[in-house]
Every structure is written in C-alpha cells, then in structure tokens.
Design a protein around this ligand. Structure first.
Ligand code: NAG
Ligand code: NAG
Ligand code: NAG
Ligand code: NAG
Length: 180
C-alpha cells in the first residue's frame, strides 16, 4: 500500500511539473499583434517660448539630492513618425512625469497617446519607470480605448536626443500583445 502511495505521489508530482512547464512556455514572449514606432518631442516652457513649448514644470524640484527629485512636469507633446520636430504629428502624448530618484536622473511617466487621424482613433494608456541611464527602458501599456480597445503591451523608450532641460526627444516603440 505505501509503495502504491509513493508511486502515486511521484506520478502526481511529474504531472504537476508538466503543467507548470507547459504554462511557462505558453506565457513566453509572443509576437506583438500591433507595433507602432513614434517619436515624442518635449519642449519645456522656459517663460518666453510659450508659442512652441508643449510641456511645463508644475512643481519645482526639491533640495533632496542633485537630480531634480520631486520636479513634476505636465505635457501635451506631439508625436511624429520620424525624428523631425516639425513633421506633422500623428498623435499627442498627454500626461505627466516626475523625477523620483535621489542618486541619479530617474522619472516616472503616466500618460495617454491620443490618436485622432484617419488611420487610428482612440487612446493607448501608458505608465512606468523611466530609468534614464539605461539605453532602453520598458514601460507598461495598461489599457486602451477606441481602435486600441482593452489593449495591453510594452513601450520601449530610447532617448534620441537630450538638450539640457529645454528639449528632449524619445523614440517610443509601442508593442501591443492584446488586440481586439
Ligand atoms: C527660451 O527658449 C527660447 C527658444 O529656445 C529661447 O529663444 C529663449 O531665449 C529662452 N528663454 C529663456 C529665458 O531661457
Ligand atoms: C518656434 O519654433 C519655430 C520653428 O522652430 C521658430 O522659427 C520660432 O522662432 C519659434 N518661436 C519661438 C517664440 O520660440
Ligand atoms: C526651480 O529650481 C531651479 C534650481 O533649483 C531654479 O533655478 C529655478 O529658478 C526654480 N524655478 C522656479 C519656478 O522656482
Ligand atoms: C478629431 O479630429 C476631427 C477632425 O479633424 C475634429 O473635428 C475633432 O474635434 C477631433 N477630436 C479631438 C478629440 O481632438
């Protein structure tokens, strides 16, 4: 009888590992069902460039550390398909970011990419950490509306250019893994 129980237990464990492994492989990176690569242009308001600025500081940094800890900026930035600031925007990125690290430049983004073109209508909602020292950073696509109804995915940030605090351009490689 004990032998039977032993064999049964071993078989059961084998079955369990199979199930776990099968689950793991099915959760492995799939190919995106949609991919959109856009450039975001952030021109910071400096007091005199009101005509061209698309982003403004709402709360200044604190004196904690030397990396603007606490600075909060709200933006309504154009997004273009190439890296030219003056190319016609195909979407807008609206939201905010704040600096949240004492020892290096690091920020946290929360924003919507809003499409209102003949190609797409709707929003993609994105949030996550932007560890600026890294060459690429992944943020989460947490949802969407319209043509992006209930979507989820990953956005990979690559800094294209950073001109002090006045202007930066980031390539956003939007990969959606749930499309309806
Ligand atoms: C603000 O930016 C504009 C455009 O880059 C520049 O011409 C102007 O001198 C800047 N103003 C200040 C106060 O830095
Ligand atoms: C806004 O940008 C355009 C194009 O780069 C430039 O010609 C113009 O002088 C800028 N205006 C201001 C107020 O900075
Ligand atoms: C924000 O802080 C910077 C540096 O600490 C300072 O130069 C700037 O004048 C401050 N801006 C405002 C609007 O208080
Ligand atoms: C979207 O574009 C259409 C046509 O240009 C315009 O009438 C409408 O107001 C826009 N909607 C938004 C939310 O910007």
């Amino acid at each position: 009888m004990t032998r039977f129980i032993q064999v049964f237990c071993i078989l059961f464990l084998l079955l369990l590992t199979q199930v776990v492994l099968a689950h793991k492989t099915s959760m492995k990176q799939r190919k995106p069902c949609k991919r959109i690569v856009l450039y975001l242009h952030d021109t910071m308001f400096n007091g005199t460039n009101g005509f061209n600025a698309t982003s403004a500081t709402v709360a200044n940094g604190t004196k904690l550390g030397d990396f603007k800890f606490g600075l909060l900026a709200v933006f309504d930035d154009p997004m273009t398909i190439d890296n030219h600031l003056l190319s016609p925007p195909v979407a807008r990125a609206q939201g905010f970011y704040f600096y949240d690290m004492k020892t290096t430049y690091n920020s946290w983004f929360s924003y919507s990419v809003i499409f209102n073109s003949t190609k797409y209508k709707g929003t993609i909602n994105i949030m996550g950490a932007d560890m600026m020292d890294e060459k690429t950073r992944d943020l989460s696509v947490v949802g969407g509306t319209g043509d992006f109804f209930m979507t989820r995915g990953i956005v990979t940030f690559r800094t294209d250019i950073f001109q002090g605090f006045d202007y930066f351009r980031v390539q956003m490689d939007i990969k959606l893994f749930e499309c309806y």
